[in-house]
Design a protein around this ligand. Structure first.
Ligand code: BG6
Length: 494
């Protein structure tokens, strides 16, 4: 079904996100019929650019990054015609009035019914000023819907996020605000709900009676690349944990919603986040949290510099590029089950994976004592491979009473190839349909910040807990100890 016709305003149209993700996503949506002809995209940024130059940028981005080829000249010309560029000083309301005039022309040209989607691929301190000028410049007066899509980071801590949210709420209603967490757009993250709630294999076992622990790994091989300036002020806790990791954890831990309605699902996620046991004292942090930074090392025989030598990074920086923790969800379902989470840059492989480790069958005389059996695992592979596999115990062929672990795999990306819709395609399409399930609601953001802030505050008070790990390794050794002290270990990622 094609999305409702709308004008898309792309603030930050000359930036990296537009080039790598947003243009290719719009093109794929168009090519697959999810965008009909009744749409227009206005690229907005400060620098002057003609429509022709802008369409050339668009073309280059699609050649480089799109999963769909722009090889049909006729189709391409028709698509590109929907794109216009306007240079805009976002602090000057007159520019917004001019944008209003351009919009009227586009509405008439493409027969657009007044719907507006404002996509802010901008630094968050500009979200407020842009929203005020959208209102004051008259852009919210059309008869259709008005939606604001914003990128992370949503604040730096809870107070700054609150301030930001108050500004947005002066102009937009909560249901008009679509906060992107691109992990929620990933196919296998969306699949967690189905795997959990549509399988008699798993649903009855999804609790502390049957699950021993949960492991969430989100590892990256990249360093901070050109983003040293941003990253050094942020670090892994704010950059990855506050959003992507806690969102995945919430999807694993939440109670079944009463309906598959966005608000019901998000209500359950908030409850799960609210149940996170807060870590406040430095003793609790020391016992449960690992904070690391990469030093010089090697990856695939390539020497790599340490974090402190990276461009735009303070040479004495104590920012973490690695974070691991043992987290507890203190409610009836999860009491006593550790959730081990880890994320870091410059680790040996790029992967996102969730492992559910089940408790073993009771000790029995039939095959083995409990500790000799391998536990059953359910592994949800999010990226780059997409799929699930389960590890079960079976008889070793040809041997009597010898049990061995075997695995059964569903590899989604092998079956339909890696050419599945990208996260941004799904999310943009959802935003145009007003489908907000996979966007984060304000109370989720606030709850995640309050968990993260406590850790950040404790770090600020005692800053000697940073551990160094060589680039290309699996992070500080203390991460293994977190699990070993509970009698577990990290399952190797695939
Ligand atoms: C972003 C972080 O949100 O997610 C980056 O700011 C990180 O630091 C990126 O590299 C990872 O996303 P993906 O989809 O490549 O796993």
């Amino acid at each position: 079904i094609a999305a409702a016709g709308a004008v898309y305003y792309l603030f930050g149209a000359t930036g990296d996100l537009a080039r790598r993700k947003l243009f290719p996503a719009l093109f794929s949506l168009y090519k697959e019929g999810k965008l009909a002809e009744d749409f227009a995209v206005v690229g907005l940024a400060r620098r002057p650019r003609t429509n022709e130059q802008f369409r050339q940028d668009l073309y280059e981005s699609i050649v480089e990054f799109s999963r769909n080829k722009a090889d049909d000249k006729q189709l391409w010309d028709k698509f590109a015609e929907h794109f216009e560029y306007m240079s805009l000083d976002i602090n000057n309301v007159d520019g917004f009035r001019e944008l209003g005039n351009l919009t009227e022309r586009l509405d008439a040209k493409f027969n657009i019914p007044g719907n507006r989607l404002f996509y802010l691929a901008l630094a968050p301190d500009l979200f407020g000023p842009v929203s005020f000028n959208l209102r004051d410049g008259g852009l919210l007066e059309s008869k259709g819907w008005h939606r604001l899509v914003i990128e992370k980071p949503f604040g730096y801590d809870l107070p700054s996020a609150q301030k930001l949210n108050e500004q947005l709420c002066q102009v937009f209603k909560e249901e008009e605000i679509f906060r992107i967490d691109h992990y929620l757009g990933k196919e296998m993250v969306q699949n967690i709900e189905v795997i959990r709630f549509a399988n008699a294999f798993f649903e009855p076992l999804w609790n502390n009676k049957h699950i021993a622990n949960v492991q969430i790994t989100l590892s990256e091989t990249v360093g901070v690349e050109e983003r040293g300036g941003y990253y050094d002020k942020s670090g892994a806790l704010r950059d990855m944990v506050q959003n992507h990791m806690l969102q995945m954890l919430a999807m694993i831990a939440m109670e079944p919603p009463s309906r598959l309605h966005p608000e019901d699902i998000r209500d359950e996620k908030v409850k799960a986040l609210r149940s996170l046991r807060p870590y406040t004292t430095s003793e609790e942090i020391d016992a449960n949290v690992v904070r690391g930074q990469y030093s010089e090392g090697m990856l695939k025989s390539k020497p790599l510099t340490g974090y402190r030598q990276e461009e735009s990074v303070n040479s004495e920086s104590v920012t973490e590029t690695y974070f691991a923790a043992r987290v507890f969800v203190d409610n009836f379902r999860w009491a006593g089950v550790p959730f081990y989470i880890r994320t870091g840059k410059r680790l040996p492989v790029k992967t996102t994976e969730v492992v559910i480790e089940f408790k073993n069958v009771p000790d029995n005389v039939l095959f083995a004592r409990r500790h000799d059996l391998s536990p059953n695992l359910l592994v949800i592979r999010v990226h780059p491979m997409e799929g699930i596999y389960i590890k079960i115990n079976a008889k070793k062929p040809g041997e009597n009473n010898v049990v061995q672990p075997v695995s059964m795999e569903f590899c989604q990306s092998c079956m339909i190839g890696l050419n599945t819709p990208e996260a941004y395609e799904r999310l943009i399409y959802d935003a145009t349909r007003g489908e907000s399930t996979y966007f984060t609601r304000w109370d989720e953001v606030a709850q995640a910040w309050s968990f993260v802030d406590r850790i950040a505050d404790a770090w600020r008070e005692g800053s000697d807990n940073l551990q160094f790990y060589p680039a290309g390794s699996w992070g500080p050794e203390k991460t293994d100890e977190l699990l070993a002290s509970d009698g577990f270990h990290w399952w190797p990622v695939n």
